[in-house]
Write a protein that binds this ligand. Structure first.
Ligand SMILES: Nc1ncnc2c1ncn2[C@@H]1O[C@H](COP(=O)(O)OP(=O)(O)OP(=O)(O)O)[C@@H](O)[C@H]1O
Ligand SMILES: [Mg+2]
Length: 409
């Protein structure tokens, strides 16, 4: 699983580490840098799947990573570095990439890239990028020791592909591929990162049957309909179980139904018990909070084991009194499904339900006096007990007490 995200001169960050726990709450005031950190995870996920030429923008020239090329590197800096520490059996893997952006030509070039294995005994470079005028190459050690120049095995790689992308698509290098075989789990983990930024209103229409949930949740109905029958039933039962606790009166059924002659379009329905007779409401009339909740649950219940799910502004549009329900779901389902869940929030209600033993999961993002975003694990703040004596975590954040303390004010 991914344990740490290292950011250097990425967007608003100076040099900082985000520690990733089974459940991580990334909290901070507006514009502190929470989404900028999530954008780094999106960058990593995209460089596994894609060629570098369309990492930041799509074919129509629209930004896929917010701010596009212009905002990737911290203001006035030339390069950015993103690193990720991945925990596996018998040691960790550390991947690091440094890039330079050319805003005029709208391109991103790799300056350095390597994967290192860190065990109790030693630290070894498994794979490293080499540079050439025509085509870059990856240096594979024989079997994994790159200090011996004679032992390199060199594999050409396009200038615009990351080592991660190469690992996913390249199959085997006989005696030289020990490093590659070890490192592939890291590429796979980054490839399965899923970032959910729910737009409930985009999910009100019919959607096509699919096996891929959109990042905004717009096709949740089509995605649920596309699940294998047994899985679909399990997911809908679980969603109902949790969603029942949401409104004043219970939902009695949540289901999807195929419509049209070709039965390729799907609508989401909820049976409500607000009146004496039960009433069926379709996604067009469901409350925003209900839709948001259903989309979040669908993602949590369907992500593959050992993957990282990111949920932006988890508690947006959900009543503050349901904050503890959300937290309970995150903790229970992340353990049951063996997934890591990283959420962002600036809602004090959500923070106020965090019991002391959960503080180890909270990362506080703030801007230092120079404007750099910094991430601090809350349980490492020595003054925390004193601050918490003045109120719950949410209140301490809302009153900017934590912010003032960290900036020595
Ligand atoms: N390349 C960059 N250099 C410096 N600052 C940047 C860069 N890119 C973005 N920022 C700054 O980052 C801030 C936005 O950060 P971000 O979107 O991560 O905030 P957030 O914590 O998610 O806030 P919210 O809670 O409102 O969603 C803005 O002030 C923006 O100017
Ligand atoms: Mg944000």
């Amino acid at each position: 699983m991914i344990k740490e995200l290292h950011l250097k001169n990425w967007k608003s960050f100076g040099d900082t580490i985000l520690y990733i726990e089974p459940v991580t709450v990334l909290m901070g005031l507006n514009a502190s840098g929470k989404s900028n950190a999530i954008d780094a995870l999106l960058f990593l996920q995209r460089i596994v799947k894609k060629d570098f030429s369309d990492i930041f923008i799509n074919e129509e020239g629209k930004d896929i990573i917010r701010g596009g090329y212009e905002e990737a590197t911290k203001y006035k800096e030339k390069n950015f570095t993103i690193g990720v520490l991945f925990g596996k059996e018998n040691g960790d893997l550390y991947y690091e990439i440094t890039c330079v952006i050319n805003i005029t030509n709208r391109n991103c070039t790799i300056l350095n890239e390597k994967i290192t294995e860190i065990t109790n005994e030693n630290t070894i470079i498994l794979l490293e990028r080499g540079f050439d005028l025509k085509s870059d190459f990856i240096k594979y050690g024989k079997p994994i020791d790159l200090s011996d120049k004679q032992a390199f095995h060199i594999v050409p790689i396009p200038k615009h592909s990351s080592i991660l992308n190469h690992l996913i698509s390249y199959k085997g290098l006989s005696e030289y591929d020990a490093g590659g075989k070890k490192a592939i789990v890291l590429a796979e983990a980054l490839e399965t990162i899923f970032i959910l930024d729910v737009q409930p209103n985009s999910a009100r229409d019919y959607s096509k049957i699919t096996d891929r949930l959109q990042g905004n949740g717009s096709n949740v109905a089509g995605f649920i309909a596309g699940l294998p029958k047994k899985k679909q039933k399990g997911v809908l039962v679980k969603i109902l179980e949790y969603a029942k606790q949401l409104p004043e009166k219970e939902f009695t059924k949540i289901f999807v139904k195929k419509v049209g002659i070709l039965k390729s379009d799907v609508m989401l329905y909820c049976e409500e018990s607000f009146f004496e007779e039960k009433r069926i409401a379709d996604a067009r009339t469901l409350s925003e909070g209900t839709l948001r909740f259903i989309i979040i649950l669908t993602a949590i219940l369907t992500r593959p084991a050992n993957s990282l799910l990111v949920i932006e502004e988890i508690d947006n549009g959900i009543h503050p009194s349901r904050a503890s329900l959300l937290l309970e779901i995150l903790l229970k389902e992340s353990t049951e499904k063996n997934i890591d869940i990283l959420v962002t929030t600036h809602n004090e209600a959500f923070l106020n339900v965090l019991t002391p033993h959960l503080l180890a999961f909270v990362m506080y993002v703030h801007r230092d006096k120079a404007g750099n975003s910094i991430i601090t694990p809350v349980d490492e703040i020595e003054e925390l007990p004193r601050l918490l004596a003045q109120g719950n975590l949410g209140d301490v954040v809302a009153n900017k007490k934590l912010h003032h303390f960290l900036n020595g004010e």
